[in-house]
Design a protein around this ligand. Structure first.
Ligand code: SF4
Ligand code: SF4
Length: 273
């Protein structure tokens, strides 16, 4: 069968027309930047403040393309008679990206989160030696590292955060207790002083309202309070309440008031007895 003249041309034009109506799948790089996934392995960034020069990354790198130099520095003892300490100081950290195969082992093994993937990939060089990035350049890549993804809302709370929260709660509870004790002690000390002259017992029985009330009810308060609450002297008294109850002053002596220095439980007990 003889070929129809112009059939090839018509076929070619049909392909052209069909392609012109399709959506393009290519990006006009470099005018248009590619939309890369967040975990793209472009280049490695170094956060050198986290690096302890443990050398794990250099040892585990299959290509031996991480170069680290360091020296030891002696830190003087912080307390007299203490031991001097030494620490590693980073002198050089470089990665040769002409050898790197982007396996990510160095980032995985770093125990101190000093290495990160950055999606940057535009660092081609005309001289292969320039592909060895020193620490300053590796640091620059850190600014291009994307933020970590948000935690799954249903995920279990990390152990570290749970421990920190527990400690903070305990500290807050202790501070609240101390605040309550500070605000409650002067009231407890003032009540018996106004009703009974048993000043000695007041200080020894601590800041508990119960002991103060028992003293106010009986004139023999000093001895009773001491025998009933032997643990009271060890109760830390805030300044004002302890100062008000000076055991050595006795019932007849005026109370020195809140400006009296902390006499301490032991002293007051000895005087009263
Ligand atoms: S990505 Fe792999 S090859 Fe590249 S420096 Fe890290 S460990 Fe070495
Ligand atoms: S593994 Fe991490 S901490 Fe250790 S030398 Fe490498 S980058 Fe520094």
């Amino acid at each position: 069968m003889a070929p129809i003249p112009g059939a090839g041309l018509a076929k070619g034009l049909a392909v052209t027309l069909r392609t012109m109506t399709r959506k393009t799948v290519t990006d006009q790089y470099p005018e248009m930047q590619p939309d890369l996934p967040p975990r793209t392995r472009g280049v490695i960034g170094l956060f050198e403040e986290n690096c302890t020069v443990c050398m794990l990354c250099a040892r585990e790198c299959p290509d031996w393309c991480i170069y680290i130099d360091s020296h030891k520095e002696t830190i003087p003892a912080v307390t007299p008679g203490g031991r001097e300490r030494s620490r590693n100081v980073l002198d050089r950290f470089a990665i040769d990206f002409s050898l790197c195969m982007y396996c990510g082992i160095c980032i995985e093994v770093c125990p101190f989160d000093a290495l990160f993937w950055s999606p940057e990939f535009e660092y081609a060089e005309t001289d292969i030696r320039d592909l060895t990035h020193e620490r300053d350049k590796l640091r620059e890549w850190m600014w291009t590292v994307p933020a970590p993804p948000a935690l799954d809302p249903g995920a279990e709370e990390p152990k570290e955060i749970a421990a920190a929260r527990k400690t903070a709660d305990k500290l807050a509870a202790t501070q609240t207790e101390q605040g309550r004790a500070r605000s409650g002690s002067p009231t407890g000390a003032a009540k018996p002083q106004s009703t009974a002259p048993a000043g000695a017992a007041e200080s020894q029985s601590g800041s508990s309202a119960g002991s103060a009330e028992s003293q106010s009810g009986s004139p023999a308060g000093p001895t009773e309070a001491q025998s009933e609450s032997p643990a009271a002297p060890t109760d830390p008294q805030p300044g004002p309440s302890t100062g008000q109850a000076n055991p050595s002053s006795g019932p007849a002596e005026p109370q020195p008031g809140p400006t009296h220095p902390q006499s301490g439980p032991d002293t007051s007990e000895g005087d009263a007895s």
